[in-house]
Structures are given as structure tokens and as C-alpha cells.
Write a protein that binds this ligand. Structure first.
Ligand code: GAL
Length: 666
């Protein structure tokens, strides 16, 4: 999919309107020096493009796009709708978003718009139409960039715009107010509605809001943002523009269900800002990269933004270590990206991001950052592209609706962090060098041999059916704890818990046995020791009371109130096996179970016997190896080291060093 003169996209957000035009010539010269192939223009340019309603100024944008084109640099052109200009709120203050507490968010920052505001949408549509009409045939334009990081700052809007749109959305979903009452269980706490006009967004209330209302409001928020994106996409396509369309995601972002968005986009792109100080952040980064690869299987994705060095928005903003940025970039390529872009090209000299690093630092080209940027551009320029990314044999189930339902209060365990638990399993698979697809339950199947579905509390009927069919067809499934508890509407099913998967798991679940977190300053059991066939481990957050109903206990609890009860179970069902963990296992437990499950399911690692701190991923016959550890690491692998051209039977990598190895045919 790559454009320009090289096979990989390389570049970043470019904000030329922050600089006098003389600087632009230096910019493009430096871009060429760094092998930049593409820049993202106009992300925050609305006030410069449209100084007043009905008035457009494209002169500056024409000049910079032409200049870039003359220098062989492509453009990812933003629709510029991410930050409304001052004239808009002056004239139409009703476009501003409102928090759950009723605070109207003021302009002066960015993203101050209510996504369901008809006025915002009308003006955004006018802007996008004007931009697209002007540039759709410009040969520099290689991609369209819808808005920017939808829901980055405003996770949900509770304004009257949202109120009206939420009512319409509910009417569309439920048809009758009776159906809404049934879905939300409004006979509880005197919440019964007699008209859709009585329904509000879940604004702050004296007690917990109705969980059905909360869940539907998350769905509505997702849909209203997606409507904005699709409105822009429709304008682009109906104008006849043919370039691919993207919008930049933010890894596993809670507010927006990217699994629902990805099918509407031509290219998935992601923004990633791992904390350089956090030695584990390459693991959470790996999760986000695998998620992006899995959102559009078989299609390369783009790293749309990362920082070249330090940020400005954490409490303390550490620099990246020498080589760390390049290692993180290689991790994207290994996990399916065909482009590496940054925020931003030239460091701003004013504004709240002036301390944010850039490809071209404020201190200029005599800097380590610049040398690394040039080196990375050169590396990508010489690198062949690989197959998009192999389908994995392991599916890790990650589901936004489940996340939203778990986020609601009033559960047996209200300190569960769903993302933390899922990434814990991902990290164990990463330490075992096993390639993973990250999918909703309905997408489990195909090449998958093993599926891990932790804390899948909300299980839609379709998801439960897919997991059941997967096991019966020969797959190995691990789920639990606190899984298969409610249906897609957050209601219990008749008969108890684990109603859809209980038969294949061969267990029943009686009680959740919530534990107090280890670091909490309050009395109560903090952890449950687990002993079993796969070794010893420690469980947290839950020590559930489960009963065997056909399954065998692979491990039992060996401390606390559940001593002697099953902790991990295994059951043969159809041609496959279904496992259940009645607690949140610690890293050691996850590691041990992963190696058991992988062996049982016949899952092949990308490489065998590599140190756990080596990140390994596969694209066809190319294996990417990156050393995120503190010491040199050696990996036995036979093939061609693509960067050096040498034939190897092993590679030794210094910290942050990486290699792309084209494996010998087996
Ligand atoms: C992103 C955003 C960029 C820039 C960057 C800074 O959220 O899209 O415009 O602000 O963060 O890290």
C-alpha cells in the first residue's frame, strides 16, 4: 500500500502554519535528508483554512502542498475538523461539549465540540466538502485523515445535543419505550419510562445510574463519533476522491470500539506514546500493535504518531533512551505496520506542545534525535516490505462492550481493570514468543488453535456460540474468572452463571469470592495461592467457588477460604478442550498456563528458546526480533539477516537492537 518513492511511509504531522514560509524550504530539504515520504497536513488548521463562516483561505495550503509535491513528498491530508475555530463558538456556543457533571467545556484547548451537535456537523461537512473539492485530484494527496483521535479528550458528551441524539438512537434501537424498559430493567428503583422524551444521558445522579442506560450510552457515544467519521468519508467518496481513508486510533482506547470502526476504513492507523521510563511499556505497546494488525486482518497498518523523544504531557517526561525509538518503530514493522510517522515534524516554538519532541528538534540537526530520525528513515528506505502479517494460531479475546459493562459500578469486584488483565495474558504470550490475534469472541476460529478469553463478563449470544463452536471443533479455550455472567444487555440468564459455556467447561459457578487488592489499606483476604499441575501461582481479585460438573481440577486453591477448591479446570468437549481459571492469575501463573495450553493446542512459537525480553513477531517468512532487555540476547534462528545481508544461524542483539531475519525454508 505504501506510496512515495519508498515502500514504507515515513514522516509525521506537519504544521507549516506555525512557521513563516521561508522555513518551509528548509523543512522540505530536511525531509528529503531524512527520507520522509509523507506528512500529515492540516490536522489543526480549521481556523487558518476558514477564518470566518463561508470564507476560505486555501492559498497557504496550496503553496505548501505544491512545495511538498515538487520535492517528492506525499500528503496525508486531514479534514481539519478536530478543533473548531473561535468564530464558531462565538456564533454557536451550543456546539460545546458538556461533562457528566454538567460542566460546559470551554474553547481554548482543542476538541471542544459535541459530536452530535447538528451545527457542528453542518459546519464540519462544509469544511470537508471545501477541502476535498480543492485537493481531491492533487497528485500529492495520498491519503485522507478523518478528524483526529476521536474521543481523545472528550470521552463522552452529555450535552443537550447528546440528549436529543441519544433519544433518537434509543428509539431506533428499541422501537418502543416498552422494549427500552425491558432492556434497562426499569422496574427497578422506579425508573419506568412512558416516553423517550423522559430519557437523559446518564448525567451525574444521587446513586448509581441504570447499568443498561450506561452501557447504551457508551454504545451511542461510539456510534455518534462513528457517524461523524462516516459523514466525512461519504463527502470524500461522493466527491470522487479515490485515495485511501484513515483516522488515527489510540491503541485500546476505552471510549471507542475500534473493532466496529475498522471495517469502515481503508487503512488502520494508530498513535502510540509508551512511557520511556516504564520497562514494561514495550509489552503494552506490543498489545496495541497486535490489536491494530488484528483489526483489519491481512492488511498493513500505519503508525500514525509516536514521539521521537520526550513528551510534554506526563507528570515527568523522560527522554527515550538511545535506540529506544527505533526499537519501538521496528516493533511496529514486525507486527504489521508499513509506515512510521511521528507527532510532529518540526518542534513547535509556541503553544502547549512546545516541549514535545519532534523529528526536527528545536535544538536542530546537531542532536541525537535528528541522527536517529535520519538513521530510521534510511533503514526504512532500504527495507523490503513483508507480507502483511501472518494469521496467528492464538486468539486473545478483547471486547469493548465487555469493557464498558465491566466499567460500570456495583459488581462483586469493582477494582478489576479489564485491560490490565487482558494485557497480562498478552504479555505472557509475548514472553513465550507466540503470535496473537486480538479479537472479539465472534472472530475466534479459522486458523486459531487456542483462544484465551479472560474476564468475559458480558457475553453476547453470538460470542458464546462462536466460542462453543470453536471448542467443539477442536480448539482449546481458556476463560474465567467472572465470565459468561450476563448477556449483551447486561442481564443475568435464567439458571445461574456460566449458562452458555458451563456445559463445555464442565463446571458450575456459585460465588465470586472477591479478594481485596494486595496494596489496599483495608482488612480482607488479599490473594489466593494456587497449586497444580502447572506449578504454583498466586491469584488475585477473585477466588471463585466453582464446582466440577465433568471437568477435572488441574489446580486447586491452597490458601484462604477456598483452600482445596478447584482453581483451574479442564474439560474435554467435542473435539476440543475448555479450561477455566477461577481467579486472576499472576504473571508466573499466566506463563505456566500459557506453556501448558500452547503445548496442548499444538501452537508453534515464532522462535523457540529466546530470552523473554526478546520481542518476536512474524510476517510471512520474516521474523522480527527486538531486544527490549538490559543485556545482550542471543536467539537461534537460521536465515538471512535482511539489514546486513549475512546468512546467520543465530543473532545476538544488544539492548534495543533489532533484526529482521528471512528464515530458511523449513
Ligand atoms: C496526540 C495528538 C497529537 C499530539 C500528540 C502529542 O494525542 O493527536 O496532535 O497532540 O498527541 O503527544
Amino acid at each position: 500500500m505504501a506510496g512515495g518513492t519508498t515502500m514504507y511511509y515515513y514522516g509525521g504531522d506537519y504544521n507549516p502554519e506555525q512557521w513563516p514560509e521561508e522555513i518551509w524550504h528548509d523543512d522540505v530539504a530536511r525531509m528529503r535528508e531524512a527520507n520522509v515520504t509523507i506528512v500529515t497536513l492540516a490536522v489543526f488548521s480549521w481556523s487558518r483554512i476558514q477564518p470566518a463562516e463561508g470564507e476560505f483561505d486555501f492559498g497557504w495550503l496550496d503553496r505548501i502542498i505544491d512545495l511538498l509535491h515538487d520535492n517528492g513528498i506525499g500528503v496525508d491530508l486531514a479534514t481539519a475538523t478536530a478543533s473548531p475555530p473561535p468564530w464558531m463558538h462565538e456564533k454557536y456556543p451550543e456546539i460545546l461539549p458538556v461533562t457528566r457533571e454538567g460542566v460546559t467545556l470551554s474553547p481554548g484547548g482543542r476538541q471542544h465540540y459535541a459530536p452530535s451537535s447538528p451545527v457542528y456537523r453542518r459546519l464540519a461537512a462544509e469544511l470537508v466538502t471545501a477541502v476535498v473539492e480543492r485537493y481531491k485530484d492533487h497528485p500529492a494527496v495520498q491519503m485522507w485523515h478523518l478528524n483526529n483521535e476521536y474521543a481523545c479528550h472528550v470521552h463522552a458528551d452529555y450535552s443537550d445535543n447528546a440528549r436529543d441524539a441519544f433519544r433518537a438512537w434509543l428509539e431506533d434501537r428499541y422501537g418502543t419505550v416498552e422494549a427500552l424498559n425491558a432492556a434497562w430493567g426499569t422496574n427497578f428503583w422506579s425508573q419506568r419510562y412512558t416516553s423517550f422524551d423522559q430519557v437523559l444521558p446518564p448525567r451525574i445522579a444521587p446513586a448509581s445510574s441504570n447499568p443498561g442506560q450506561m452501557l447504551d450510552f457508551r454504545r451511542f457515544t461510539n456510534d455518534s463519533l462513528l457517524e461523524c467519521a462516516l459523514m466525512e468519508k461519504e463527502i470524500i467518496r461522493s466527491a470522487g476522491a479515490t485515495q485511501p481513508i484513515t483516522t488515527n486510533f489510540m491503541g485500546p482506547w476505552p471510549a471507542v470500539d475500534y473493532a466496529k470502526w475498522a471495517p469502515h476504513l481503508d487503512v488502520v492507523s494508530d498513535d502510540a506514546y509508551p512511557d520511556p521510563n516504564d520497562p514494561g511499556s514495550f509489552r503494552t505497546a506490543a498489545f496495541a500493535r497486535d490489536l491494530m494488525r488484528s483489526l483489519k486482518p491481512g492488511t498493513p497498518w500505519l503508525l500514525m504518531e509516536q514521539s521521537s523523544n520526550a513528551l510534554n504531557w506526563r507528570p515527568s517526561n523522560a527522554p527515550k533512551a538511545p535506540g529506544q525509538m527505533e526499537a519501538l518503530s521496528a516493533q511496529c514493522v514486525g507486527r504489521g505496520a508499513d509506515g512510521i510517522l511521528f507527532f510532529q515534524w518540526r518542534q513547535s516554538k509556541a503553544g502547549s506542545e512546545k516541549f514535545h519532541s519532534a523529528m526536527l528538534p528545536h535544538a536542530g540537526t546537531g542532536t541525537r534525535t535528528w541522527r536517529e530520525i535520519v538513521r530510521l528513515g534510511g533503514m526504512l528506505d532500504s527495507l523490503p516490505t513483508f507480507e502483511p502479517g501472518s494469521p496467528a494460531q492464538v486468539a486473545l479475546v478483547f471486547d469493548w462492550e465487555n469493557w464498558w459493562a465491566l466499567d460500570n459500578p456495583d459488581h462483586p469486584q469493582n477494582r478489576l481493570d479489564y485491560l490490565e488483565v487482558v494485557t497480562r495474558w498478552h504479555a505472557a504470550l509475548q514472553r513465550a514468543h507466540i503470535q496473537v490475534d486480538i479479537v472479539p469472541p465472534e472472530k475466534v476460529g479459522g486458523e486459531h488453535r487456542l483462544a484465551i478469553a479472560p474476564v468475559l463478563y458480558l457475553m453476547r449470544d453470538e460470542g458464546a456460540a462462536a466460542l462453543k463452536a470453536f471448542v467443539e471443533g477442536g480448539g482449546t479455550l481458556l476463560t474465567g474468572p467472572f465470565s459468561d455472567i450476563v448477556d449483551g444487555q447486561d442481564h443475568f440468564l435464567a439458571g445461574g452463571f456460566i449458562q452458555r459455556l458451563g456445559a463445555i467447561l464442565g463446571i458450575t459457578l456459585e460465588d465470586f469470592g472477591a479478594l481485596v487488592p494486595r496494596d489496599a489499606d483495608e482488612p480482607g483476604e488479599r490473594e489466593a495461592r494456587v497449586e497444580g499441575a502447572f506449578g504454583d501461582a498466586v491469584g488475585e481479585l477473585f477466588a471463585e467457588e466453582i464446582w466440577l460438573d465433568g471437568a477435572e481440577a488441574v489446580a486447586t486453591f491452597s490458601s484462604g477460604r477456598r483452600t482445596g477448591n478447584p482453581a483451574v479446570t479442564r474439560h474435554q468437549a467435542g473435539a476440543g478442550t475448555a479450561w477455566y481459571a477461577a481467579t486472576v492469575l499472576d504473571d508466573e501463573g499466566c506463563d505456566a498456563l500459557v506453556s501448558h495450553l500452547a503445548a496442548e493446542a499444538g501452537v508453534e512459537p515464532v522462535v523457540a528458546g529466546a530470552p523473554a525480553t526478546v520481542d518476536a513477531s512474524r510476517r510471512g517468512d520474516v521474523v522480527t526480533l527486538i531486544n527490549f532487555g538490559q543485556d545482550d540476547a542471543t536467539v537461534a534462528i537460521g536465515g538471512t539477516d535482511i539489514l546486513s545481508g549475512a546468512e546467520v544461524d543465530k543473532v545476538t542483539l544488544a539492548p534495543f537492537e533489532f533484526a529482521f531475519v528471512k528464515e530458511l525454508a523449513q
